[in-house]
Structures are given as C-alpha cells and as structure tokens.
Design a protein around this ligand. Structure first.
Ligand SMILES: Nc1nc2c(ncn2[C@@H]2O[C@H](COP(=O)(O)OP(=O)(O)OP(=O)(O)O)[C@@H](O)[C@H]2O)c(=O)[nH]1
Ligand SMILES: [Mg+2]
Length: 174
C-alpha cells in the first residue's frame, strides 16, 4: 500500500477540519477544543493539535489528510506536519477581514517549507458574494505568482476532492 500525505493549512475558520471530515474514508481524528479566542473567530470549536483523515484511492494508494491548527500560537506544528508531505492546500476564508493579506502571509511562510508544492482554495465565498474573486488573481498576478486557486465549499466532498486531485496533478506535471 502506497501512502501519500497532503496537508491542509490556513487561518482559523477557513474549513480545514471540515475539509478532512468531508473527504475522509475513515473516521477522522480531531483535536478540537472550545474556542476561547473569540476575537480571532466566533466559532465554537478550534483545532489545537491536528486533524487526521484518510482518502483511499484505487490501485492500493491512500492519502493521509492532515489539518493544522489555525491559531498563530500553534505555528510550530506547521513544519512538523509538513514532513514527508506531497504539498499543502492553503484554505483562505473569503469572509475574513483581509483574505488577501492572509493569502500573502501563508504563501510567504509555506514557500520555504513546500517550495512551490502549494495550491489555494478560497472558502466561505457564499458568505460574502459581493467581494470579487479577482482580488486573489490580481494579487497573484501583481506578485508574479502562478498557482492554482479555486473557490470551494469545504462542506462539499467534491470540492475537497478537486483540491486534492489538482495538487496531485500539478505535482505530476513537475
Ligand atoms: N458557509 C460556508 N461554510 C463553510 C464553507 N466551508 C466550510 N464551512 C464551514 O465553516 C466552518 C469552518 O470550521 P472548521 O472546519 O472548524 O475551520 P478550521 O479551519 O478547522 O478552523 P481552526 O481549527 O479553528 O483553525 C465549519 O462549520 C464548516 O462547515 C463554505 O464555503 N461556506
Ligand atoms: Mg480545525
């Protein structure tokens, strides 16, 4: 059995835990506790360790799905979880105060760790439809970045699958 590994990261509330719950073929392992950082996000639970799930592909291949905590104080886990990973899916919360700044921050951090093995999913678009998706494409263009970026809803399994398939395809193309 070949085992691959993909990491989901991004800010609090972007949908990392949800993504893994939506896609996993096994019962997920999560480390959520009551969220006391209500300034950062108002949701009830937040990840403090990691999320783990598994996607079973055909041909004897499984993909371990690892989710990082979103809170800044757990940044040290990011590089630990990256070990042996094919790449990282950065999830951005479109309805956050400054999602373009979030994207810039996560790209700057993960460029060093993943050296280009990065794709981006923008979630929660339905919460702020008036904010144009072009803000991301414009920023990427202005910064000479060319990477796959998609609007997604992590409650939908097909959307999470699209991200996973895209990162694998992007890697195969070198
Ligand atoms: N409306 C809406 N809700 C979404 C979307 N994607 C995910 N969600 C929901 O948003 C919430 C995101 O929460 P989590 O999955 O816990 O977020 P997280 O990234 O793991 O957050 P931390 O662990 O705190 O860093 C969940 O309730 C999801 O069901 C989306 O596109 N639209
Ligand atoms: Mg989480």
């Amino acid at each position: 059995m070949q085992r691959l590994k993909i990491v989901f990261s991004g800010p609090m509330g972007a949908g990392k835990t949800q993504a893994i719950a939506s896609l996993s073929d096994i019962s997920v392992v999560s480390t959520e506790v009551q969220n006391t950082d209500l300034d950062a996000h108002t949701k009830a639970l937040t990840t403090v360790g990691m999320d783990y799930g598994e996607l079973i592909l055909d041909e004897g291949t499984s993909i371990g799905l690892y989710g990082t905590p979103g809170q800044e104080r757990f940044n040290f886990i990011w590089s630990i979880l990256s070990q042996g990973a094919l790449g990282v899916i950065i999830l951005i919360d479109h309805s956050a105060a400054d999602p373009v700044q979030d994207l810039a921050y996560y790209l700057a951090t993960f460029d060093k760790i993943y050296q280009g093995r990065i794709i981006v999913g923008v979630s929660q678009v339905d919460k702020m439809p008036e904010r144009p998706f072009e803000i991301y494409r414009n920023w990427l263009e202005d910064n000479d970045r060319n990477l796959p970026i998609y609007p997604v809803d992590m409650r939908k399994k097909d959307d999470v699958l699209l991200l996973v398939e895209t990162i694998i395809t992007a890697l195969e193309q070198g």
